[in-house]
Design a protein around this ligand. Structure first.
Ligand SMILES: Nc1nc2c(ncn2[C@@H]2O[C@H](COP(=O)(O)OP(=O)(O)O)[C@@H](O)[C@H]2O)c(=O)[nH]1
Ligand SMILES: [Mg+2]
Ligand SMILES: [Zn+2]
Ligand SMILES: [Zn+2]
Length: 363
């Protein structure tokens, strides 16, 4: 880890810390010289002799598990208007990564962000969706980055650990550029952007769905995705001191149409987006599936009047791809209850990143 995932202070600003429950030094970053060499030269606490297992940032107090040890880390910011589906996507993505993906690739997902982050994740994401059967509640609480390590067994990647840092944010922080720059430094520190759009942010699907039975459910998000995209681009440029619009932004962007379950009735019979993801059939990704879905999503967005949006994405980012997914797999009820969570293609964007980052192969 090069920097603190929460405040982006350089890693040298973090110190090892004891986490033994009854130790007086627990939770306090030690100076490097204070850590004593224990068995196998593993550092131990000068006060109680326990193995030191966490690293704590001296600037903000964020703790990361030492066992994370991942050299490569994908850090991803989820960007999208309030209600576009960020929190539901984050929750189901992590669940599927540990579940279906893990089984297929012999991989396991470990939280590496200390107890505080873990309990925030449980409370805000996992418990509502997977235990109480309601959608992830909206929150104004500032959410810590969620840090994980994906450790591969299997054949190809055995022993390889990929760090994952995910930044969710309350939609409100995207309302103005000033607010964005205060809260979302994560954007230009990220190695990738997931840009989420609820189809109803485009007028055509909004009208089509408005006519149907779904009228009473969650208020439509009307924010224009292009405005948010341009604000995001501007902020990243400012953060990276890349003022000239002719230079493309280095991080890949995955544009994700969310809640595709609501669009299924309107899709072509031969739609790829309506098919289950082909990347989870065998431990090998499908390049054809990526390109078919990318093409289909682009043409949907184009038919909804988003040609200019697509042009901005292509001209401003070095790497981009378009996805259509449904985190929940169905429409929640009138009290936002969802009894069966059946994600559809929710891992596609992350798998694409892993492919581009040469963690996974296509075949
Ligand atoms: N039909 C459908 N509705 C969804 C889906 N994901 C989210 N929603 C709805 O959209 C609402 C907002 O989602 P949320 O993830 O909280 O959006 P955020 O504000 O961007 O974090 C949820 O409460 C659900 O009602 C989905 O996959 N399908
Ligand atoms: Mg949210
Ligand atoms: Zn920090
Ligand atoms: Zn101790």
């Amino acid at each position: 880890m090069k920097e603190c995932p929460r405040c982006f202070a350089p890693a040298e600003r973090a110190g090892l810390s004891c986490s033994a429950p009854h130790c007086g030094r627990a939770g306090i970053p030690l100076e490097d010289a204070e850590a004593l060499p224990g068995a196998g030269k593993k550092p131990v606490c000068p006060a109680c002799g326990s193995r030191l297992t966490v690293r704590i940032c001296r600037e903000c107090g964020f703790s990361t598990d030492l066992s994370a040890g991942a050299k490569e880390t994908l850090s991803i910011s989820l960007v999208g208007a309030t209600g576009s589906g960020k929190s539901c996507m984050l929750a189901t993505m992590l669940h599927e990564l540990g579940g279906d993906f893990g089984r297929l690739h012999g991989a396991a997902l470990y939280p590496t962000g200390g107890d505080r982050t873990m309990s925030q994740y449980e409370r805000l994401y996992h418990t509502p969706l997977y235990e109480q059967g309601i959608c992830v509640p909206a929150t104004d609480e500032e959410i810590d980055p969620l840090t994980w390590a994906l450790v591969f067994g299997g054949q190809e990647n055995a022993g390889r650990a990929l760090g994952l840092t995910l930044y969710d944010s309350c939609g409100a922080t995207f309302k103005s550029e000033q607010q964005m720059s205060r809260y979302n430094r994560s954007l230009y520190h990220s190695s990738a952007i997931f840009f989420l759009i609820d189809p109803r942010q485009f007028p055509a699907p909004r009208e089509a769905l408005g006519k149907g039975r779904r009228k009473k459910t969650a208020a439509p998000v009307e924010d224009n995705p292009q405005k948010l995209l341009l604000r995001t681009i501007h902020l990243i440029r400012a953060g990276l001191s890349m003022e000239g619009v002719d230079k493309k932004l280095p991080m890949p962007i995955a544009v994700c149409l969310t809640k595709m379950d609501t669009m299924f009735p309107f899709l072509d019979k031969a739609s790829f987006l309506a098919d289950p993801s082909r990347h989870l059939r065998r431990p090998m990704l499908s390049a054809t599936d990526f390109s078919s879905c990318d093409l289909e999503t682009r043409s949907l967005i184009e038919s909804w009047g988003g040609r200019e949006f697509i042009a901005h994405v292509e001209s401003q980012f070095t790497k981009s791809a378009f996805f259509g997914l449904s985190s929940l797999g169905g429409q929640p009820g009138s009290r936002n209850e969802i009894l069966r969570v059946a994600p559809h293609r929710v891992l596609d964007p992350l798998l694409w990143l892993m492919w581009k980052g040469q963690v996974l192969k296509t075949g």
